[in-house]
Design a protein around this ligand. Sequence first.
Ligand code: UGY
Ligand code: MN
Length: 244
Amino acid sequence: MEISALTRSVVKNNHAVICPDGYVNSIVPGWLHCKVTVIINEQMGARFCQTLITLNEKSRLTGVTAASQIFFYVIQGQCTVNEKVLSAGQYVYIPVGKEYIINNAAEDTQLLSFHKVYEELPGYHIPPVLYGDAATVTGAPFLGDPALRLQTLLPDELEFDMAVNIFTYDPGGHLPFVETHIMEHGLIYLQGQGVYMLDHQWYPIKKGDAIWMAPYCQQWFTAMGKEPAVYIYYKNVNRFPTSI
Ligand code: UGY
Ligand code: MN
């Protein structure tokens, strides 16, 4: 028998590993007939929010983005966002001040969301609503290593203050150095497995696991197994680094 007192999930001051075995659902006003797990948010010290939503034919998510922009990515299944059909690998970026309606979902559709308070930049416009498909985004070798490929889902433009990327590592591929940086991350594994080093602690990670990394949480990853490891991740970008 499995021992239910064990889990790989951990929540620390500067990072967290959240595995599906620990999920407890939240009720979110306006998001009806669906299961919502708030995986990362400001209660744990993060400056953004990451949720996982499981939808069915009856699900209906409505809202108006206020201070925060939202990025939705279809992990599996299919649904309609503002009457546009999105299936696995497709996504929508909804800037601040926009209405959204999500419905017509197939049973067991999984939707990932990243939410970040938008920081305007003088001289730049608020970005428009943007739809995309990861299948059409080329994976560029990461820092010259063809074993690591980075797909950048949002435009590399200063009006955006968040990036969402898909990172693919061939088995044995690894980050070329331990990253130590001000930017924060939230991620979820779409495929594969490997070992993540977070703040000098080592974690076995696999498909379905999510990770939060606070600013300056040191990070390194290597992929293991027979298939590439793939995660989709959030990063805050393009704004002045200090208020001092
Ligand atoms: O964009 C990044 O900082 C990325 N290389 N970090 C990561 O995957 N942990
Ligand atoms: Mn990083």
